[in-house]
Structure formats: structure tokens, C-alpha cells
Design a protein around this ligand. Structure first.
Ligand code: XIL
Length: 377
């Protein structure tokens, strides 16, 4: 596949659109004609995106594009087909959370995560491991745990060494600590803070690094996309960790946003800049754009704009190396459960048809691609 080929396809497509627009003026049955034309254009576009899917174009922009994956959908053929065609990095949605991977003191359950990671490896995708230390999705033996401070440290250390150690060399980036700061900017009152103290954060990064010195280690949170009290607190926290030589390599902006109140791209850019100035990588880790249901055509187009703006900010920021969404099909999204009345948050619909947001990402990646041949061309 080369530049000429792609340009040929796209120019053909644009010429068709212009010709149709002119022709339609002279026709009696405009509606029927238009419907046919729209179908034709959709098919053409569909063919183009099959030849150059998102991951191909993301590669030409030097970034990874990804989604979270749930092992429970891997028997859905359309799910797997779309996944491996479009994405170059996957995040385990639930499989490596404490509750699932370590449900009782002496039991580890790796099989669901293994299935995702093997699929990723077989298809040249990187893996983001999610997540080692969080206040949610904890098993009862942790929630109700009754240990001394030293025992709590031992529990967490053993957990991190075992989970990270098992996938040493296979997980590209870990969300080591998730959501440790609350909405006011204080450290969140969690099992880990209560029982170990604030140093649990530093310890978690050190243990993860010990278990896999090659993995990129991230702090991940929501509501820190723009400069605000919470992102200020995260910034100070990470700066302090760096000062103490804690192995931390990046910050993850979850980017769960609502069309009611979309992020301001300039403010996101400004915020990314201060983190990258610390020498960190930034990943967009869990983007979705929820819409109050039922979603209208106009809302889907405005949603596309939000996706496009954030991708552009990432592409324009030198250390923004991955753009990951929290799922890709509206068939399986956490939004309707977490935000009742909301949905339609992802870039493919329930039938795996691309939505305007898909085309917006595609077009952004296409127009900014640097067309040097790679070994895969
Ligand atoms: C969500 C999953 O998508 C759901 O399946 C699960 O029931 C709850 O957790 N921030 C995070 C993710 O860091 O781990 C959450 O994932 C979504 C919010």
C-alpha cells in the first residue's frame, strides 16, 4: 500500500461527491438519487477504511490507537474482527483488577487476562495493564482485611510482584496507581491510604519497576484532563515522586467525558504540556463521549468533533504516545450502567458500523499522516 494508492482512492471519493452534488440539482427524483449516492459513498469510504484502518494511519502519525478489551466478548466474531483490524494497543478492561486476578489470598486467576494478551500478541498489538492499585473492584479479603501496616505492605508487594512479574516483557505500560486523588485534590481515602499511608503510591511504583524494569509505569485518573484543582494535585504528586527518583514514566488522562460538557481542547493541550515538560509520556487512556439517549444525528456529529479535537491535541503534543478509548462498540460499553440514561459513547454502533466519530478520527489521522514507506507497506 502506498501514498499514491491512498490518495487515488480518496481523490476519487471526493470527485464523486462533487459530481453527485452537481448532478443532483438537475434531477427530478432527488431523494432517491441522493439515497443511492449516500450508499455509494458509504461503501466507497468503507472500502478505503478497510485498506487503511485506524491503526495503519495511527502508525503513520507515530502513535498507538487503542481500546479496552473484555475477555467475555472474545467469542463475538465481529468484535474480534473489528478489534484486530482497527487498533494497535489494548487495555485489559477488568481482568487485571485485584478482584478478578487475586480473589483470595492464595488464588490468582490469570486465564481471562491471558486470553486478551495472547490475542494482542498474535496481532501485533501492545498491551496496557490496568490496574495494580485502586480503591474499587477489590475482593472481600482486602476490603475486610485485618492486618498490621507491615502485613498490608507485604500483601500489596506480593500482589504487584506476582501480577507484573507474570507478564514481564509482555505488558508495554501499566496503570500502576489509579484514581488516588479525590475531586478536591486530596489523597483519596482508600484501603491503601488508611492501612499503609501515603507512601503506598511510591512503593507501588518501585515494586512494579522491580518486577518489570522494562514496563512503562503510569499514574491514571479521571477529571485531570484540564488544568484544575485535581490536576494541580496530581501534578504536584508526580513532581514529588520524580524528585524522589520513583520510577514513573507517564500520566493517563482517562477522558470519560459528556457531550453536555465537553473538554476544552486548548485547556487539555496546556495541561498535557506541563506534564510532558516533566519528561513524562501522556496517554489518553479511557476516552468515551456519552450522550443523553436517544442520541440524535446532530449529537453524533458533535460527538465526532469532541473525539477529533482530543486526538488532534494528542497528535500535536510531542509526548502523547497513545490514544485509547474505553471500548469501541456501543454494543458493549460501561456507560449505560454507570450513567443511566446515557450511552452511544463510542465510535462504532451496536452493529459495528462506524459512526461519525470513527470517520472524524480517521480523517484526522489521514490528514496528518507522514507518508514514509514502512516495512509493512
Ligand atoms: C469499569 C469497567 O468498564 C466496568 O466493566 C466495571 O464494571 C467498572 O469499571 N475508570 C477506570 C476503569 O479506571 O477501570 C473503569 O472500568 C471505568 C472508570
Amino acid at each position: 500500500m502506498n501514498l499514491g494508492f491512498i490518495y487515488g482512492l480518496v481523490s476519487g471519493f471526493i470527485i464523486m461527491a462533487i459530481v453527485s452534488a452537481i448532478t443532483v440539482k438537475n434531477l427530478g427524483d432527488e431523494k432517491e438519487f441522493l439515497r443511492k449516492e449516500v450508499d455509494f459513498l458509504k461503501n466507497t469510504l468503507n472500502r478505503i477504511t478497510r485498506v487503511a484502518p485506524l491503526r495503519y494511519l495511527a502508525d503513520k502519525n507515530g502513535i498507538l490507537i487503542g481500546t479496552c478489551v473484555s475477555s467475555s466478548h472474545l467469542t463475538d466474531r465481529d468484535y474480534v474482527e473489528t478489534l484486530i483490524r482497527e487498533f494497535s494497543v489494548v487495555t485489559t478492561e477488568n481482568e487485571l483488577k485485584f478482584e478478578i486476578v487475586h480473589p483470595s489470598p492464595n488464588t490468582y486467576v490469570f486465564e481471562p487476562a491471558d486470553r486478551i494478551i495472547s490475542l494482542a500478541e498474535a496481532n501485533g498489538m501492545r498491551v496496557r495493564g490496568h490496574t495494580l492499585v485502586w480503591h474499587a473492584q477489590l475482593p472481600p479479603w482486602i476490603v475486610n482485611g485485618n492486618f498490621t501496616k507491615e502485613e498490608w505492605k507485604k500483601v500489596l508487594r506480593e500482589h504487584i510482584l506476582t501480577v507484573v512479574g507474570r507478564y514481564r516483557g509482555r505488558i508495554w505500560a501499566w496503570d500502576v496507581v489509579n484514581e488516588a486523588v479525590d475531586d478536591t485534590g486530596s489523597l483519596r481515602d482508600t484501603v491503601w491510604l488508611k492501612n499503609i499511608g501515603p507512601e503506598y503510591i511510591e512503593l507501588a511504583f518501585r515494586w512494579a519497576h522491580e518486577a518489570d524494569p522494562g514496563a512503562l509505569l503510569f499514574y491514571n485518573d479521571y477529571g485531570i484532563e484540564e488544568v484544575n484543582a485535581k490536576s494541580d494535585a496530581v501534578y504536584r504528586l508526580i513532581k514529588e515522586l520524580l524528585k524522589r527518583n520513583v520510577p514513573i514514566h507517564g500520566v493517563g488522562f482517562q477522558m470519560h467525558v459528556s457531550l453536555d460538557n465537553p473538554p476544552n481542547p486548548q485547556k487539555v493541550a496546556e495541561n498535557i504540556k506541563r506534564f510532558t515538560d516533566l519528561g513524562l509520556q501522556v496517554h489518553i487512556t479511557e476516552m468515551d463521549v456519552r450522550i443523553k439517549l436517544p442520541a440524535t444525528e446532530d449529537e453524533l456529529i458533535r460527538q465526532a468533533q469532541v473525539y477529533k479535537e482530543i486526538l488532534e491535541v494528542c497528535l500535536n503534543s510531542k509526548n502523547c504516545t497513545a490514544f485509547v478509548m474505553w471500548g469501541f462498540t456501543d454494543k458493549y460499553s460501561w456507560i449505560p450502567y454507570a450513567f443511566p440514561g446515557y450511552g452511544a459513547a463510542l465510535i462504532f454502533d451496536e452493529n459495528y458500523l462506524p459512526k461519525p466519530a470513527y470517520y472524524a478520527l480517521w480523517e484526522t489521522l489521514f490528514s496528518k499522516a507522514i507518508w514514509t514507506p514502512t516495512s509493512s507497506d
